[in-house]
Design a protein around this ligand. Sequence first.
Ligand code: URA
Length: 211
Amino acid sequence: MLGHNAMSALDELYQTICNCHKCEISRLRTKAVPGEGANNTEIMFIGEAPGWYEDQQGRPFVGAAGQFLTQLLKSIGLEREQVYITNIIKTRPPNNRDPLPQEIANCKPYLERQIDIIKPKMIVTLGRYSMGMFMPGMSIGQIHGTAVKKDGVLYFAMYHPAAALHQGSLRSVIQSDMLKIPDLLAELKKECEASHAQESHKEESQQLKLL
Ligand code: URA
């Protein structure tokens, strides 16, 4: 479980997000959608923006795309509660239009704070807007299903689950990209264990030198 401090840091952040009126669209929302899931997880999924159902419930990915995401998670043995799910913007754009650059910029500090509190080892970007934030200038058609490590975090780009609802042929592409995640996580775990072992070996040698 996550420490009390991180829990209250997230609660505080959620309050700030729910009271945020930096963008005009905040006046149109039913509920802000900060994010949800395990706060001590190794893996964070970042989508684009809340849709109608998310705006009604204040929860991310609860509509049709969300149901597909839930299925995808199950396909790799994960429940939603075991990962953290959020979006690059926390308010639904009217008629589900694309998020504007200024809206993305206004919400960016909230996403950065979530990453800072949860400290995921792996970030899965869902769709091109989310990918663009971490892997700018790349094309989703080219890099989906591939991972890149930056500053100790592994970024993995996927098509947005909603893409499969509009373009059926992408469904199997998304499913097979998702199936790559367990091996990537296992690899990260191995690397982590190796670096811990190296650290404790260093400490032991230092203690021996002191004796
Ligand atoms: N699409 C998104 O990008 N996020 C949601 O929360 C729902 C649909």
